[in-house]
Design a protein around this ligand. Structure first.
Ligand code: BES
Ligand code: MN
Ligand code: ZN
Length: 499
């Protein structure tokens, strides 16, 4: 897609479709008022007839509006001015984009960001507009056989800015929004691929491709023999039940100062989770192809960072494996030794994410990280606790917690903090090893985080359980690309690049 910032006399703008906001009750936004004037009151005439009341999410296409340069006008309801927040704004924008899709409109000029929502500014609003647009026109077609898969007709989106002095800000918002969207699309594409294509080896290949696409990125793949040498007994125990070799993918971007401590992102790359010997029920098991979405978000955040050339040192670490039942698979009661030296009794082979992550987290010590942030579709319990709107944030570091929560708010990709208290730790006691890999039925997201906390004592660390946000089910089944926006926001802030 192509993007552009436009300004100048709105009535004279040439475009197949001009998108304007209408507020409740039938109140025109400022740009809409300008067009109303130029057209001799055409818009107010239409509204007076009652075709659109301004309720958020309603949209109406007008043809033959006189006195203006555009071919069509798309009016979209944005609700009450006082109640216009990011959520309502996105809803209105989505309605406009859906109507563009229905009418097979290929190019549009959007004046909606003029209605700055609560808690937003021009930068955020324009950035969100482009990012939301790319998100909405996304179509998965990688494994469809149609020669011409159904792509979105929209090829060009322009945003109109009234104040000349905002143009620089809007341009920056455009480039940031487009980079975030590219990262999100990469994360969605990887997430949506089936388990028989997106294997650990495939993820490794994609990392190497990213490395050859961007000169600033160096990629290293550790093989099972390397992992064995490092003593990664936990990670290797998960992959033993699979015919696909595990990979430990390392992506290093040194955009920051020499010697500046890197931000390290660790993503769970479980390319299919059948549960192992503690096998999962059949219903919805296909969704466990999404169990590598943590890894996908690391790829996505890396892609956005590379596109933006952020002045920061960023390392991505992806332990990739399958979890399947097999004669050589982990058995309940098996005890393995992690790279840290701590022994683990595997009481449930379906709690495999923490097993591959703990060795990856120990490996991170060598980077002398500023922070380590892990992203993992770790527990169904987190989805029970929080539903599908925020991800769960776990950390004992107050400053880091505040930073991540703020980044989530700012990006519209929110996290919600969960406790990580010592009270929960004793659930992991084992009679036979240093710890068990599961606790009791209750608070499963927290005991999972407690497990990881035992491997992250040497650096500031936070864990995001993204099981609820990484994909949607039902008719809209598909990867969301979250939390690439949150991560990129954090990296923009840390590198001092954000507005
Ligand atoms: N990948 C799953 C977590 C998951 C399950 C995410 C369903 C989203 C939907 C993870 O590996 C897992 O199986 N976790 C177990 C942990 C349990 C055995 C302690 C779970 O959540 O049931
Ligand atoms: Mn599992
Ligand atoms: Zn899993």
């Amino acid at each position: 897609m192509e993007f552009k910032i436009k300004s100048g006399d709105l009535a004279k703008q040439k475009t197949p479709c001009l998108i304007l906001g209408v507020l409740e009750k039938r109140k025109l936004s400022e740009p809409a008022e300008a067009i109303d004037k130029a057209s001799g009151g055409h818009l107010s005439e239409v509204l007076r007839k009652g075709d659109l009341d301004g309720k958020a999410g309603r949209a109406l296409m007008l043809y033959g509006v006189p006195g203006v340069g555009c071919e069509r006008v798309l009016l979209v309801g944005c609700g009450k001015r006082k109640e216009l927040d990011r959520r309502t704004y996105r809803k209105a924008l989505a309605a406009a984009l859906a109507l563009l899709d229905d009418t097979r409109t290929t190019s549009a000029l959007c004046a909606l960001p003029e209605l700055v929502a609560e808690g937003m500014d021009v930068y955020r609003q324009v950035r969100d507009t482009f990012a939301t647009c790319i998100d909405k026109v996304y179509r998965y077609d990688q494994t469809k056989s149609d020669e011409k898969p159904p792509t979105s007709p929209l090829k060009r989106l322009e945003v109109w800015i009234s104040r000349k002095q905002d143009i620089g800000t809007a341009e920056r918002a455009l480039s940031h929004g487009a980079a975030i969207a590219q990262g999100t699309v990469l994360a969605k594409d990887l997430g949506n691929l089936p388990g028989n294509i997106c294997t650990p080896g495939y993820l490794a290949e994609r990392a190497l491709t990213l490395g050859s696409d961007y000169a600033d990125l160096s990629v290293t793949i550790l093989e099972e023999a390397d992992m064995a040498e490092l003593g990664m007994g936990a990670l290797l125990s998960v992959s033993r039940g699979s015919r696909q070799a595990a990979k430990l993918i390392l992506m290093e971007y040194r955009g920051g100062k020499d010697g500046a401590k890197p931000v390290v992102l660790v993503g769970k790359g479980l390319t299919f989770d059948a549960g192992g010997i503690s096998i999962k029920p059949a219903a919805d098991m296909d969704e466990m192809k999404f169990d590598m979405c943590g890894a996908a978000s690391v790829f996505g955040a890396m892609k956005a960072t590379l596109e933006l050339g952020l002045p920061i040192n960023l390392i991505g670490v992806v332990p990739a494996s399958e979890n399947l039942p097999d004669g050589d698979a982990n058995k309940p009661g098996d005890i393995v030794t992690s790279m840290s030296g701590q022994t683990i009794e595997i009481l449930n082979t379906d709690a495999e994410g923490r097993l591959i992550l703990c060795d990856a987290l120990t490996y991170c010590e060598r980077f002398d990280p500023a922070i380590v942030l892990d992203l993992a579709t770790l527990t169904g319990a987190c989805v029970v606790a929080l539903g599908k709107h925020p991800c769960g944030l776990f950390t004992q570091d107050e400053k880091l917690a505040a930073e991540i929560l703020a980044a989530g708010e700012a990006a519209g990709d929110r996290a919600w903090r969960m406790p990580l208290w010592d009270e929960y730790q004793e659930e992991l006691d084992s009679n036979f090893a240093d710890m068990a890999n599961v606790g009791s039925r209750w608070g499963g997201a927290i005991t999972a985080a407690c497990f990881l906390s035992r491997y992250t004592k040497k650096y500031p660390w936070a864990h995001l359980d993204i099981a609820g946000i990484a994909w949607l089910s039902g008719k809209e089944k598909g990867a969301t690309g979250r939390p690439v926006s949150l991560l990129t926001e954090l990296l923009l802030e840390r590198s001092g690049t954000v507005e």
